[in-house]
Design a protein around this ligand. Structure first.
Ligand SMILES: *[C@@H]1O[C@H](CO)[C@@H](O)[C@H](O)[C@H]1NC(C)=O
Ligand SMILES: *[C@@H]1O[C@H](CO)[C@@H](O)[C@H](O)[C@H]1NC(C)=O
Ligand SMILES: *[C@@H]1O[C@H](CO)[C@@H](O)[C@H](O)[C@H]1NC(C)=O
Ligand SMILES: *[C@@H]1O[C@H](CO)[C@@H](O)[C@H](O)[C@H]1NC(C)=O
Ligand SMILES: CC(=O)N[C@H]1CO[C@H](CO)[C@@H](O)[C@@H]1O
Length: 813
């Protein structure tokens, strides 16, 4: 449009330059209404207005160009035909001139009319974009500039944009400057730093104004978006997190959740957590959720190892700004440790003679817990002679409460129990094994108070006769028992020649055969001694009783054994039935049944004439003796003891039925029926001659000593004295200990069973009175005397043997 106008105007000027007579130039403001008088044309032309119409004055345009002015023929004025818009016509050109031709006819005249159109402030400044947006980082520094789009105004000159103004705000100001083309433009200048966190965005109204009168203005809105800068560090909700936690809390338990906030947005505000300054230990025990900040238990918490944990937690935003807070976790104790018992010293074994109160062991108890959980109570069981004595802190000494006896209780299991004060309490126990050491405090003790041993006579040497046992409850050598015999004498021989004892087993053995007939019992002392140092001992009496064996055959004292006796009993012819004729006297050195003798007639001249008392040995006539009976009667008598097997002896008794000693010579025949050899006869002669001297000497002595005594009797009346020497040597030795023996009636030892008074002395002899001994002596003497008389009467040498017995006192001669 502008360009066309320019071309048109140039062409118009070229064409009308030469024919123009006078140019008319007028100025007209734009936007005037129709009929606005531009100028007085007629006057300017100098012609009467009325003539204008006649001359058909008119304004011509070239081509079809628009005609903005016309001529009011009636007034002769040039007036606005159509409202002119300068901006439309000339745009931003400074001068806006429209040329027309004024054509007059009659005569034809052409005048150039130049119409300068004046600008009127009829347009507001305006911005092409009414909304101007900026994104500015909050980190932008003061003074930073942000050029603004220029405002436009269709008007020109003063009516064009003259300046800008900005709504008042605290961050920005405007800087206005002139452009190269003369326009004005503005720049937004940051006056104060932005803070997204305070104000995320803002709208500022920018006003552009022109210089018209009145001025006009146009506005635009500047929208500033503040872009985030990571200018905020994460901030924890608390600077220090403190929490207490019981030990042994299960894994996975939440301890605490930390939280930190970051005012920035997006990644700048995304907080992640991390534990820092963490010991390796606590790193295993706690774990932190990076995102949620939750701290959980991931390991075993042991109060006894760590009482509290201190760590730092770090919060980090996306770009890496960090802040940290402290976490303190106090661990509280739980009674999870049982007390521990430690044996510090032990005095084992302890001698049994230790005094009450002796210290045996030192015990220490410990508990790793704290507070009440640590208070430990310690005790032992009741049934032992020990007690615990509290000593300094947590130490106890175990002492004895009485003396000990190893033989009663050789070891102890002492259970020490420790209980703490927790709830529930925990306890533990320990067994102390304590041995009691031996002291040689017990002598050996025999199982019996005394021992009695029975042994058969004629035993083999080495026979065990008894065994003693002593017990010693002490230990090892202190309880090892050794046996020995206490040295003593038996029949003036050392005891060791009779008995020996096995020192280990206590078996007592006979060393030699015993002879009941020599001694029947004896006592020995056995000592049991232990092997301690010093040794302890005790002793016991062993009574040894020798039992009789039937080893002695009956000894016939009267008459002398068969074939050796020349003795003949005189039987009165007038002897009646039942009268005592003679009596066999026999003894047996054995005792009891072995000495219980019985008599039997085994052969007799006239079997019906005599009988013998089975046990008395008294020979009696069985019937009255008659004239027809043979004068010489011969009896063979067997004497048998009651032993097993029985032993026996026989003898012959020669009876002469006669009242008259004159018939005696026949004796010789009778007795020499079995005549001895001449050798025997000479031997007897020799013996008699030696003995005669000896006997004469004795007779002399006896005659002097006993001249006053009564005459001895003959033995026919049956009163037989038994010489004491014939009695077994031990008849009178009766030991009180042997009950069996004491019950025996010593009468039974007597072989005859006779009630004749002369036997009584034997019974009284048992009483061992002094008078009895005297009697014995008398008896001996009587017998001796009696025998001598017999010898004298018979004159036979055989009687000598009998006489020797009482003198020598020995059967062997
Ligand atoms: C032996 O020990 C028991 C318990 O162990 C006790 O009752 C008794 O009195 C003891 N006897 C002696 C003799 O010490
Ligand atoms: C002590 O304990 C041991 C082993 O448990 C056992 O052999 C012994 O018999 C016990 N002693 C006592 C006196 O209980
Ligand atoms: C025997 O007893 C004595 C003290 O009388 C003691 O010293 C010794 O150790 C004991 N022997 C044994 C084997 O116990
Ligand atoms: C035997 O024991 C008694 C006391 O029991 C004592 O008096 C005596 O001396 C002891 N004898 C010997 C030989 O040990
Ligand atoms: C056609 C027209 O508007 N004519 C005007 C010309 O001027 C006179 C006087 O000034 C007016 O009266 C007419 O109306």
């Amino acid at each position: 449009m502008g360009l066309i106008s320019i071309m048109f105007t140039l062409g118009f000027i070229f064409i009308f330059l030469h024919p123009v007579r006078g140019d008319l130039s007028y100025t007209v403001p734009e936007e005037t209404k129709r009929q606005y008088v531009i100028g007085h044309l007629a006057k300017d032309l100098g012609i009467d207005g009325k003539r204008l119409s006649a001359r058909k004055a008119r304004v011509e345009t070239e081509d079809s160009a628009k005609r903005y002015c016309e001529i009011n023929l009636s007034s002769g004025n040039l007036v606005v035909a159509e409202t002119i818009d300068r901006e439309e016509l000339c745009g931003s050109r400074i001068s806006c001139i429209v040329n027309y031709e004024l054509v007059l006819e009659n005569p034809l005249e052409v005048h150039r009319i130049s119409l300068q159109i004046e600008d009127v402030n009829d347009n507001n400044p305006f911005f092409y974009n009414e909304r101007i947006t900026f994104e500015i980082r909050e980190s932008a520094v003061k003074g930073e500039r942000f050029p603004l789009e220029e405002a436009h105004d269709l008007d020109i000159g003063r009516n064009a944009v003259q300046g800008y103004s900005l709504e008042k705000n605290e961050h920005f100001i405007l800087s206005v400057h002139e452009n190269a083309d003369g326009g004005k433009s503005a720049t937004l200048v940051l006056e104060k730093e932005l803070d997204r966190e305070k104000q995320k965005d803002m709208n500022l109204i920018l006003t552009a104004f022109d210089g018209g009168n009145p001025p006009k203005s146009g506005t635009a809105v500047i929208h500033v978006t503040v872009l985030d800068a990571n200018d905020n560090i994460p901030v924890f909700s608390q600077p220090v997190y403190r929490v207490s936690l019981a030990e042994n809390t299960p894994l996975g338990t939440e301890v605490i959740t930390v939280s930190a906030t970051d005012a920035d947005e997006g990644a700048n505000g995304d907080v992640t957590y991390e534990l820092s300054r963490l010991s390796e230990k606590s790193g295993k025990i706690f774990s932190l959720d990076k995102i949620t900040g939750q701290i959980t238990v991931s390991g075993n918490i042991d109060y006894e190892k760590e009482k509290y944990f201190e760590m730092r937690v770090q919060a980090k935003d996306g770009p890496g700004l960090v802040s940290s807070a402290k976490i303190i976790i106090d661990i509280t104790d739980v009674n999870d440790n049982e007390p521990r018992i430690i044996l510090k010293s032990l005095n084992d074994p302890i001698p049994e003679n230790s005094a009450a109160g002796t210290e045996v062991a030192i015990i220490n108890v410990q508990d790793k817990d704290s507070g009440d959980n640590r208070q430990v109570n310690c005790y032992i069981q009741k049934n032992v002679p020990f007690k615990l004595n509290p000593s300094i802190k947590n130490y106890f000494s175990l002492i004895t409460t009485s003396t000990l006896d190893r033989e009663n209780e050789s070891d102890y299991n002492i259970t020490v129990t420790a209980t703490d004060g927790g709830s529930p309490p925990l306890s533990s126990s320990m067994t102390i094994h304590l041995s009691v050491a031996d002291i040689n405090d017990n002598p050996p003790v025999f199982e019996q108070q005394s021992y009695t041993a029975y042994v058969m006579e004629n035993n083999k040497p080495g026979t065990s006769i008894s065994s003693v046992t002593a017990r010693d409850p002490d230990w090892r050598q202190n309880g090892t028992v050794l046996y020995s015999l206490v040295p003593s004498e038996i029949n003036s021989l050392p005891v060791s020649s009779f008995l020996s004892i096995n020192s280990d087993t206590g078996v007592i053995q006979a060393v030699r055969p015993f002879d009941y007939e020599k001694f029947r019992n004896f006592k020995v002392q056995v000592v049991a001694r232990d092997n301690g140092s010093p040794p302890l001992s005790s002793n016991v009496t062993v009574s040894v009783f020798i039992s009789d064996e039937n080893d002695n055959s009956p000894q016939i004292l009267y008459p002398a054994p068969e074939g050796k006796s020349l003795m003949t009993e005189m039987v009165p012819k007038a002897a009646l039935s039942g009268s005592l004729v003679s009596k066999i006297i026999a003894v047996d050195a054995d005792s009891g049944q072995n000495a219980w003798l019985s008599y039997q007639i085994v052969k007799s001249t006239d079997p019906g004439l005599f009988t013998i008392g089975l046990h008395s040995g008294e020979i009696r006539a069985q019937r009255d003796i008659t004239e027809s009976d043979s004068m010489k009667q011969n009896l063979v008598i067997s004497v048998k003891d009651n032993g097993q097997p029985p032993l026996s002896a026989t003898c012959s008794v020669y009876l002469l039925i006669s009242d008259n000693l004159a018939e005696v010579p026949e004796l010789k025949d009778m007795t020499f029926e079995e005549s001895n050899s001449k050798l025997t006869f000479y031997l007897i002669i020799a013996l008699v001659s030696v003995s005669t001297f000896f006997l004469t000497f004795i007779i002399l002595i006896l005659a002097v000593r006993f001249c006053h005594r009564r005459k001895p009797r003959l033995l026919f009346d049956g009163a037989v004295a038994i010489p004491s020497a014939y009695l077994p040597p031990n008849y009178a030795e009766v030991e009180g200990a042997g009950t069996l023996r004491s019950s025996f009636n010593y009468d039974t030892y007597l072989t005859t069973g006779s009630h004749t008074s002369d036997f009584k002395f034997i019974t009284s002899y048992n009483d061992s009175t002094l008078t009895a001994s005297e009697t014995m002596k008398n008896v001996q003497n009587e017998t001796l005397a009696g025998s001598l008389i017999t010898l004298n009467n018979t004159g036979e040498a055989d009687e000598v043997r009998i006489l020797v017995f009482p003198l020598g006192g020995d059967f062997a001669i």
